[in-house]
Design a binder for this molecule. Structure first.
Ligand SMILES: Cc1cc2nc3c(=O)[nH]c(=O)nc-3n(C[C@H](O)[C@H](O)[C@H](O)COP(=O)(O)OP(=O)(O)OC[C@H]3O[C@@H](n4cnc5c(N)ncnc54)[C@H](O)[C@@H]3O)c2cc1C
Length: 500
């Protein structure tokens, strides 16, 4: 990664300036205008005067609630200030101000980045206040502003009985979800959130507000469909195609104790052979005491009837009778609520791998052995392995049609651990080592690709794991729209492959 200060020197040198000319010339910022130096208290006030939203500094009302992100592992990475942006012009103003003062900046929408990539010690450009969602039933589209959450999107769509394929967690923002792909219980039938994107408004590193679609800035539009949040600009609006929906059959099954390998195998079979209308999430909870047994929750929906759903689930139900069982026909919106993930913030890590096909017996044995037991901690903690549906409409889009490359898997396997924020470091390390071990040992039976929206700071070859053969084109887009890395974080796409 190129540090910001080196970037600026490189910028000046590339301008061809000699040392003598440099000594006389005013110091330039990354955009080539005279730099203003580190901000004083007065400069922060000047920024506040220029914005429609507030600038919130440490200790001021609203700071404590708005500063930390969802993953409390990064709760100590707190911003020097939060620019609460109310529109694209606010975003542009805050961005230009930060660049001129050489203040690191990071955009935040829902704050749900797994790796804390929407946290900074510089300026947080927060688009949370932009929650407007407007449905155009005539056009079959919906316009979503920069900080709207899944819950805002759903609330606006519900009265019209149309939907956009989105995620399961109401508080995740449409921003990060879309930019890194976006899957949920409708994805096998309708595709990813990014697949439904028709246009987006984005403030690029030069402060310009650009409208992009397949014809205008097509390369930037391509990159915004799976290239990952925080890489190319700050998106301030999105237009999606909507799809009519009505009733669905949903299921929520629970087992207190399962044979993990057998259930994983059954889940993968279901995804490999089941129709696109079927979706599924399996969650294996791993105990600290092996004698307690591994419990399983399996949920999902079918765009179809209860009878069809029962027939599809029969092979899974035949392995072991569930302890809790709910299968019902509900409206699409009731289904969304019943299947929602309403968990609050915690400290956690999550590591993912795509699964191209069913897993061999050797792989199921490895899985079986590793999910039996996790290390104990002092405070509350958890460890789980999740299997998410993939395939269907997701895989019918060519892997280079958008920046989202993962178009050949049947499932996404993800291992996660969480712990109390004040947990002792060595116990957190032990938990993480357990997750690393499972992630590594499942390697030979899965692919070496990972989901960019489950950002994993421990991933070594993250550029290929997230972006595969689309990496080179993404680097070109970065070079064109953000050559000086105004948008930077540990796994940011660089403007040159040499910088990886
Ligand atoms: C509880 C939970 C449930 C989840 N469920 C799902 C799910 O069902 N399906 C799924 O696909 N994913 C899911 N995710 C993953 C989620 O999609 C990603 O974490 C996503 O990046 C979060 O977006 P955000 O805007 O909420 O987060 P943020 O942390 O605000 O943003 C994520 C990244 O995008 C950047 N960014 C934020 N706003 C903008 C913007 N306006 N323009 C450009 N870049 C921006 C940030 O700097 C950061 O790098 C879940 C995550 C959590 C924590």
């Amino acid at each position: 990664m190129t540090p910001r200060s080196i970037s600026r020197r490189a910028f000046l040198t590339r301008g061809g300036a000699t040392a003598a000319a440099l000594a006389l010339a005013p110091r330039l910022d990354l955009l080539g205008t005279p730099a203003l130096g580190a901000p004083t208290d007065r400069d922060w006030v000047t920024l506040a005067d220029q914005l429609r939203g507030r600038v919130i500094r440490p200790g001021q009302p609203g700071y404590a609630a708005a500063a930390p992100g969802f993953n409390l592992r990064y709760a100590r990475v707190l911003p020097d200030a939060i620019a609460e942006c109310r529109d694209a012009q606010d975003v542009s103003t805050a961005l230009r101000w930060a660049v001129r003062h050489d203040v690191a900046l990071v955009p935040r929408a829902g704050g749900h980045s797994y790796a804390g990539y929407s946290s900074t010690r510089g300026l947080l450009i927060d688009v949370n206040a932009m929650t407007g969602v407007t449905v155009d039933t005539g056009q079959g589209t919906v316009r979503v502003t920069g900080g709207a959450r899944n819950a805002d999107l759903g609330a606006a769509l519900q009265p019209h009985d149309v939907t956009v394929s989105a995620g399961r967690c109401p508080s995740v923002a449409v921003a990060g979800l879309t930019l890194g792909g976006g899957f949920g219980f409708s994805a096998r039938k309708l595709g990813l959130t990014a697949d439904a994107l028709l246009e987006t408004e984005i403030v690029t590193a030069d402060g310009e507000i650009r409208q992009c679609d397949a014809r205008t800035h097509p390369d930037l539009f391509w990159a915004c469909r799976g290239g990952g949040g925080g890489n190319f600009g700050i998106n301030t609006a999105y237009v999606f195609e909507t799809t009519p929906v009505n009733d669905v059959a949903i299921y929520r099954l629970g087992w207190d104790r399962v044979d993990p390998g057998a259930m994983l195998d059954a889940g993968l079979e279901l995804l490999a052979s089941g129709p696109d209308e079927l979706s599924m999430r399996m969650g294996f909870s791993v105990p600290t005491d092996q004698s307690a047994g591994v419990s399983l929750q399996m949920i999902g929906q079918l765009f179809g009837s209860v009878d069809d759903l029962n027939a599809l689930l029969a092979p899974v139900l035949a392995i072991a009778a569930p302890t809790t069982r709910e299968i019902d026909v509900v409206t699409y919106w009731q289904g969304k609520d019943l299947l929602a993930d309403n968990e609050g913030p915690s400290a956690f890590t999550e590591r993912s791998r795509f699964v191209p096909d069913t897993i061999s017996n050797a792989g199921l044995d490895v899985f079986d052995r590793l999910v039996q037991r996790r290390p104990a901690t002092v405070g509350p903690s958890s460890a789980s392995v999740k299997l998410f549906n993939w395939g269907g409409a997701i895989n019918r889009v060519p892997s280079d049609a958008t920046a989202f490359v993962h178009r050949d898997a049947i499932a996404l396997l993800s291992v996660g651990v969480s712990w109390a924020v004040d947990e002792r470091l060595e116990r957190v390390d032990a938990l993480q080592r357990w997750a690393d071990d499972l992630w590594a040992q499942m390697g030979p039976f899965t692919s070496n690709r990972s989901y960019q929206n489950f950002a994993d700071p421990a991933l070594r070859d993250w550029p290929r794991a997230y972006y595969g053969e689309n990496l080179e084109r993404l680097v070109k887009v970065k070079k064109r729209y953000d050559p000086q890395r105004v948008f930077d974080f540990p796994q940011a796409i660089p403007p040159s492959l040499r910088d990886i």
